[in-house]
Design a binder for this molecule. Structure first.
Ligand code: MLT
Length: 393
């Protein structure tokens, strides 16, 4: 009666585990100011354009003439078209509005996309990586093959001809390591996927943190990707929507596998199991693409980038080896003195009251590594780095 595959999952999701440990630390040390750099949750408020758009959408909802009931499950055209324009302007990528599906966030879509694939599918997942890819496939007892991401390959695994898989998850800029694939590397993945009839599930949730103009923000910048890839994107980190919830998934109409059109399948899936994102939230998301909205969210992203710079300087001064922090809000470093990830987590919490994320929580190759996020306030970031630099290691 019960899905026994759940027995194969760890007791709780990584960030719930961390929250429990932090809660027990704060109850034992009520006077200590804990600085949270664990979960990648934003701290700057929604920008003015977004708030104003949501307020005026509330007004529309309060009036019978402009009230909205059920909306299109796949999102309102105004938002889908704004995303199409964004891809065109940012990446020179041509999409059709019906290739863009609005959702309540990348996490939901990444978990739900598994509906489109058969039970005997082979899934290739880099290790370490965002835990949702592995956990959502464990829940379905899918065959998972791990691809080593490590110091040697710069945490950017490339195709291994001896490995046969049907689906591969790629995340760039990467969570947790902050590493970013180049266009040349993604081209190799796309060619490999096409030769081997694979699908690439590309998580681009952190695309807006890319500053290096040569680095790809979207897999669809790569020729051939529309025949083999699905892309997940989010307003969470880009525009502070972690609590507001909105994201989107791009499923190209040219993605056809075994005679099945995945765009049509996803539409069927969403119209059956999802009733769309609230109108008020979609209006807020739409405001992100106005010129004022873009200016405001860019200013917020710049603040996080400055935090990352301060963190990078501290890690460098401490002699820590790290990746990320430039085209990514995450900094990923080797724990000092060969400490294990959870050991360093406890050490940092107990000695500096700073919370990070143990690398081991992202996979076996994350053991001995640690992730900090740049999403805190500037003041807290400076204080946390000051505490870190004073630590005797
Ligand atoms: C993280 O800290 O890895 C992310 O915030 C988790 C998420 O986006 O769901």
């Amino acid at each position: 009666m019960i899905n026994n595959n759940y027995k194969n999952l760890k007791d709780s999701y990584l960030f719930s585990d961390i929250a429990k440990r932090v809660a027990s630390f704060t109850s034992a040390n009520p006077d200590k100011k804990v600085i949270r750099m664990g979960i990648g949750d934003v701290t700057l408020p929604l920008c003015t354009s977004v708030v104003n758009a949501m307020k005026s959408a509330c007004d529309e909802m309060s009036n019978a003439a402009t009230f909205k009931g059920y909306g299109p499950e796949q999102g309102y055209d105004f938002l889908r078209n704004a995303i199409v324009d964004y891809y065109k302007e940012q990446d020179n990528v041509e999409l059709a509005a019906d290739e863009v599906f609005i959702s309540d966030g990348a996490k939901s879509d990444i978990g739900n996309i598994t509906d489109l694939f058969s039970d005997d599918v082979n899934i290739l997942i880099p290790d370490p990586v965002y835990p949702v890819y592995v956990d959502s496939n464990i829940m379905l007892n899918r065959n998972i093959i791990l691809a080593d991401a490590n110091e040697e390959n710069g945490f950017l695994p490339m195709p291994d001809q001896s490995v046969k898989a049907d689906i591969v998850y790629l995340c760039s800029p990467n969570n947790p390591t902050g590493a970013v694939y180049t266009k040349e590397q993604l081209k190799i993945w796309v060619d490999y996927a096409k030769t081997n009839n694979m699908i690439i599930l590309f998580d681009a949730a952190y695309e807006s943190f890319i500053v290096d103009k040569d680095l790809p923000r979207s897999i669809f910048e790569i020729e051939g990707a529309k025949e083999c890839a699905i892309e997940f994107c989010s307003f969470s980190k880009t525009a502070g929507f972690t609590g507001t919830r909105c994201g989107y998934t791009v499923v190209p109409k040219s993605l056809v596998v075994e005679g099945m059109n995945l765009n049509k399948m996803w539409l069927r899936r969403q119209t059956t199991k999802f009733n769309g994102v609230p109108y008020i939230v979609q209006k807020g998301a739409y405001a992100v693409f106005t010129s004022e909205g873009q200016k405001e969210i860019r200013a917020n992203i710049d603040t996080y980038r400055e935090n990352a710079k301060i963190m990078a300087e501290t890690l460098t001064a401490k002699g820590f080896k790290f990746t990320g922090g430039i085209n990514s809000p995450y900094l990923w470093f080797k724990c000092p003195n060969n400490m294990g990830s959870w050991e360093f987590f406890d050490f940092l919490l107990n000695n500096a009251a700073v919370v990070g994320t143990p690398g081991a929580g992202f996979g076996k190759n994350g053991e001995g590594w640690f992730r900090l996020t740049a999403f805190g306030s500037k003041e807290n970031t400076i204080e946390a780095m000051d505490r870190l630099s004073k630590l005797t290691l």
